[in-house]
Design a protein around this ligand. Structure first.
Ligand code: NAP
Ligand code: MG
Length: 399
């Protein structure tokens, strides 16, 4: 059979441990037999990051900016333990954090739904995609414990001179605590633009929620920026047949539980921290959660939401069989290829991405699954596949 040609190179970022093993199998058995694709390969495995003083991560991020679409394997974010384990020069920063800041992007998480795995929330029929703003608020707060009576003030001193502005935070009569948090218009705007780029790309409604009734200036600014950015793109929203809704955070949380899904929920940093985990737990397994990094200009990097599945890798290295779920990693490839096909105007590449996903879902619907999915399924299958066995089953179905 003739291979389908992918017009523009795809940026590929390899990774670590069990996901690196899975990565090579996916490429060998599911991608390269069917596609004629030029892969701009960057090895983000921890040894190569260490050997290149992490230049490889920066180069990979720039390649995604240049070509527009990347696909990434999970990678180790080293801590002291990993520095010792791999004999690293230092604890290099998180590759995802680095790439995100070079692309000024936002990470969205999207669950993969299958008919025989029912979400914990009965009304959810379509994915809820969660986008979390990743700058400021609580996560860059300054905090102070007050131990005796006194006044705490907020002071703004313009750099160019001019009048100082002061607000009394509180007149303390006894011990207490205070916090100062901030955010940046530019960061909020980039976040809004990334959310709009993904909503348009996926053709799903965009929700944004904060508590602007209480925090009229701070959270109110988020609401204003989202309103201005979505208004500027009103025609594109109409053409895509999607809408924008602003809701108060508590209203959004209640409505999300009763909704059938199929929307993008944009959230401020703290709300996103909480609700991304709520939504992930509600849909089921980490092995079935994908993630996409979207820049404000519409550059995309697809990935699985889980890590390198370290425990399974140690078993694999001992020569023991493993049963690691490769679905989210396969969907990272199909997601990237679909996007590449859409941007290139090559429907045959989009069709391949669809076929690959159908092959995966078809296996799961027939009860061919890895061990992590068995307790979630209705009916429960009698057995489970090894890591490689599952990928082989998908390959057979795809062929
Ligand atoms: P992990 O890879 O997310 O795995 C934690 C546990 O969740 C596994 O031990 C396994 O549970 C289950 N699990 C996760 N993915 C699975 C899959 N595909 N199939 C089956 N089970 C799965 O987290 P970790 O092992 O604690 O972290 C390892 C490394 O990943 C860390 O160095 C961290 O820095 C990195 N990390 C990278 C990314 C990324 O690149 N995006 C994200 C998160 C973490 P059982 O052991 O019970 O089977
Ligand atoms: Mg969290």
């Amino acid at each position: 059979m003739a291979k389908t040609r992918v017009k523009t190179p795809l940026v590929e970022l390899d990774g670590d441990e069990m996901t690196r093993i899975i990565w090579a199998w996916i490429k060998e058995k599911l991608i390269l037999p069917h596609l004629d694709v030029e892969l701009k390969y960057f090895d983000l495995g921890i040894q190569t990051r260490d050997a290149t003083e992490d230049r490889v991560t920066v180069e990979a991020a720039h390649a995604i900016r240049e070509y527009g679409v990347g696909v990434k394997c999970a990678t180790i974010t080293p801590d002291a333990e990993r520095v010792a384990e791999y004999g690293l020069k230092k604890a290099w920063p998180s590759p995802n954090g680095q790439i995100r800041s070079i692309l000024d992007g936002t990470v969205f998480r999207k669950p993969i739904l299958v008919s025989n795995i029912r979400p914990a929330v009965r009304s959810w029929k379509k994915p809820i995609v969660v986008g979390r703003h990743a700058y400021g608020d609580l996560y860059r707060g300054v905090e102070l414990a007050v131990d005796r009576p006194g006044r705490v003030e907020m002071v703004y001193r313009p750099e160019a001179g001019g009048e100082e502005r002061r607000l009394v935070v509180h007149e303390f009569k006894g011990p207490g605590i205070v916090m100062g948090i901030h955010n940046l218009d530019g960061s909020i705007r980039s976040f809004a633009r990334s959310c709009i780029a993904l909503a348009l790309s996926e053709k799903i409604d965009l929700w944004f929620s904060t508590k602007d009734t209480i925090s009229k200036v701070y959270q109110g600014r988020f609401k204003e920026i989202f309103a201005a950015e979505t208004a500027a793109r009103r025609e594109e929203f109409a053409r895509a047949g999607i809408g924008y809704r602003y809701l108060l955070i508590d209203d959004a949380a209640a409505q999300a539980l009763k909704h059938e899904g199929g929307f993008l929920w944009a959230l401020s940093n703290y709300d996103g921290d909480v609700f991304s985990d709520v939504v992930a737990a509600g849909f089921g397994s980490l092995g079935m959660m994908t993630s996409v990094l979207v820049s404000p200009e519409g550059k995309f990097e697809f990935e699985a939401a889980h890590g390198t599945v370290r425990r399974h890798y140690y078993e694999h290295r001992k020569g023991n069989p493993t049963s690691t779920n490769s679905v989210a990693s396969i969907f990272a490839w199909s997601g990237a290829l679909r996007k590449r096909g859409e941007l290139d105007g090559t429907p045959e590449v989009v069709a391949f991405a669809d076929r690959l996903e159908r092959a995966v879902l078809g296996c799961i619907e027939e009860g061919i699954v890895t061990r992590d999915l068995v307790p979630l399924m209705e009916p429960q299958p009698a057995g489970w596949q090894t890591t490689e066995g599952f990928i082989e089953a998908v390959a057979a179905r795809l062929a």
